[in-house]
Every structure is written in C-alpha cells, then in structure tokens.
Design a protein around this ligand. Structure first.
Ligand code: UDP
Ligand code: MG
Length: 386
C-alpha cells in the first residue's frame, strides 16, 4: 500500500515541486501510508545522564510492540547537556521529535506541549529518569485497546523516600479519590496511556496533569488502572526532593484539587453555589435584623451594645457579596465557554447515514499534529472494527 501510494503521488506531483516541498510531500505520503500509532511524550529537565538509556529502552520496548511510533521529547529548559544529547539522538532516528522550551515551565507544561505535538492514535506519557519502566508500555496499550480511553499506571511498589514522597502522595491520592469520586490508587504516576481524543482535548494548568483521569472520568471517559513497575532513580536528581519542595508541591496539589472540585461541580453554574450561600447568609441576616427591630420598636430595647446587630449586618453584606460573585462568575463562565468554543457536554460518537464516526470536538490544529481526515477515518475504524 505504502509503496503504491507513494509512487503514484510522487510521480504526479514531484516534477512540479521544489526540493523543499518534495521533502514535505515525502513526509506527508509516509504519514498517509503508515500513520503513527503510538506517541510517547517525555518531559525532560536536566536529565543528561538519562537521555541515552531512556531512548534505548523506549526504542526497544516500542519496537517490541510492533507498532509505528514516535518519541516526543520535551526539553523543559534544561541547563545541562540534555538538549544536545536529544538532538544527537534525533539526528540518527527520525522517529524522535524534540521540542525545546525557552525556559523551565514545569512538568505539566511539558506534558501539554507533548500532547499538542503528538500525532499518534495513542499518546503515552512517561518520565525521563527511567523510574517508570518502558517495558510496561505493551501491556498498557493492550489494556487500552480492550476499550479504555485512559490507562493509568499504579506504582504498587514505589521506590521513593517514605516520609517525603510516599506518605504525602498517599494522602493526596486519598483526598483526590474522595473529592472526585474516581477510585484510582496512584494519580501521580506519569506512565499513562491516553487516546488521542482525550490527549488533544485536555487543558493542563499548574499541577493538573495528575487530575486528568479524574476530570476525564467525570466526562464519561473510560479509565482503567494497571499495576506497573517502578524503579529507583539511578542518574540525576529528583526535581521535587527536599522538605520545602515537597511542602510547596503538596500545597499546589491541594489548591488544584479545590479547583478541580469546583470545575467538576459548578463550572457551568457558579450562581448555584455562590447564590445559594448568598441567599442563606442574607436571609439569616435579615431574620436577625427583623428580630432586633421588633425588640427595639415594641419593647424599646437598646441595640447599640448588641453583638447580634453586628452579626446581622455582616450576614446581609456577605450575602449580597456572594450573590454578586455568583453573577460575576456567570459572566466569566460564559466568556470561558464561548470564547474558546468550549462545549458543556462531551460526545463519544455520532451515528448518522454516513456511518459511525467519532465526534469529539477538537482543538485548533497545532503544527503538523492536528487531526486529519485520515486520522478521522482511522478513529472511526478503531471504533467500528476494520
Ligand atoms: N520534569 C520536567 N520539568 C520540571 C520538573 C521535572 O520536565 O520542572 C521532568 C523530569 O525531567 C522527569 C519528570 O519530570 O522526567 C519527573 O521528575 P522527577 O523524576 O524529578 O520527579 P519524581 O519522580 O521525583 O516525582
Ligand atoms: Mg522521577
């Protein structure tokens, strides 16, 4: 198939094109004939001593799956030799893509960039330090193909410090599970498989990458969890070690959890939460005020020394402010959804007389990674069977 398409297209178009365009055409033809099945996204920040082993292990594991793949390395502003080593690897293997950030933007931003540039049907995230084991990729893909949109790794025997890493993470996992109602054991594990529909549609901020399965599950995305191998870091240093960093990361995760909870339940109707609080506060305040007024008018009580009066006034003011906040929230939500063309629902598939096809709304095309008709057709095939 590949050879035929490629020969025909090149015969017809090549003579009319310059060499640069011919190269672009060649790449396009390759993609049409042999689309990328798996994109592996790796965030890399000062990991010079891990790059070679990482690329080696990933290549072995991915070739073992027998699928077409690419490795998307996102250099998150490394100050060491990481970028040069990645560039060297890229020069000798076209399946490697390297994206270099101008400065350090953090692991979540690196994942986001990887998602934007990934072209595969499945997008897999993994850490660069080889704490995750690329050999797990095959079974995770298999699991995903049983019909899941996300397969999340679970580091059953985690090889990290107990007090500073495993304990806070246990607490965080428990809280996230409680708050989001999604029963996953290990939100922090970087090794995850996403279907491209999910990867292309999530917006990641802050430490939010760990919440993707929870948010996605609330939108009806099918999430599975699979125990994976975890190894101690052998080269370089953890970017989150030490007490100060642990505390600040824990605080960030906690605040993000608040955001997620809010987004999950009230993102489309802020007036329902703020307005509710406001109504309750001002009703209570007005009730107290009425009681005080009656005492004053009928019984001539003096009010100047009554703390209750202060409380009544405070409740009314707070109530009015909550309602106002709710109304402002409604404005913000409308701007948020309408300016980005965001939908308040998520569609899995549409059936009509053109046959079944996937109908997830997608983000704007990004570089050469956006969905094409070919990928669209492939998505449909995945769902319908070939
Ligand atoms: N990382 C990154 N940007 C950062 C911090 C970390 O891209 O600002 C990468 C890092 O290179 C590694 C992964 O994120 O590939 C996880 O980092 P690390 O191993 O330090 O975290 P830990 O495993 O200790 O939680
Ligand atoms: Mg690590």
């Amino acid at each position: 198939m590949k050879e035929v398409v490629s020969r025909r297209l090149t015969e017809v178009l090549s003579p009319r094109l310059g060499s640069k365009r011919r190269a672009v055409l060649g790449r396009l033809v390759d993609r049409v004939a042999e689309p990328i099945e798996v994109s592996v996204v790796v965030p890399i920040f000062d990991e010079e001593d891990n790059v070679a082993a990482l690329i080696g292990e990933l290549t072995r594991a991915l070739e073992g799956t027998g699928r077409t793949y690419e490795i998307v390395c996102v250099d998150d502003g490394s100050k060491d030799d990481s970028y040069a080593r990645l560039a060297k690897a890229q020069a000798s293997d076209a399946r490697i893509k390297v994206i270099q950030f101008r400065r350090n933007f953090g692991q979540t931003a690196a994942f986001a960039a990887g998602f934007d540039f990934a072209a595969g049907e499945w997008v897999i995230t993994i850490d660069a330090d080889l704490q995750n084991d690329p050999a797990d990729i095959a079974k995770m893909l298999q699991k995903a193909e049983e019909g899941y949109d996300i397969v999340s790794g679970w580091r059953v025997k985690r090889k990290d410090a107990l007090l500073l890493r495993k304990f806070p993470s246990k607490v965080a996992n428990y809280l996230i599970g409680k708050v989001t109602g999604v029963g996953i054991h290990d939100y922090g594990c970087s090794l995850k498989v996403y279907h491209r529909d999910v990867a292309k549609n999530v917006k990641l901020y802050g430490e939010l990458h760990r919440f993707v399965p929870a948010v996605a599950a609330s939108l009806g995305v099918r999430v599975a969890e699979l125990p994976v191998n975890h190894r101690a870091r052998t080269a370089g240093e953890s970017k989150y070690g030490g007490l100060a960093k642990t505390l600040s990361r824990t605080a960030k995760v906690f605040l993000d959890l608040l955001t997620v909870r809010f987004l999950l339940s009230f993102a489309t109707r802020p007036i329902h939460i703020f307005g509710g609080l406001g109504l309750a506060a001002s009703t209570f305040g007005l009730g107290l005020g009425a009681y005080l007024a009656i005492m004053k008018v009928l019984y001539g009580a003096t009010l100047a020394d009554r703390p209750l009066l202060l409380l009544a006034v405070l409740l009314v003011i707070v109530g009015v402010q909550f309602i106002t906040m709710g109304l402002l929230g409604e404005l913000v939500v409308r701007t948020y959804h309408e300016s980005q063309g965001k939908s308040i629902y998520a569609v899995r598939a549409v059936l009509d007389d053109s046959g079944s096809r996937n109908a997830e709304p997608r983000d704007a095309d990004h570089g050469d990674s956006g969905p094409t008709d070919v990928e669209e057709a492939r998505d449909a095939e995945r769902r319908d069977g070939p």
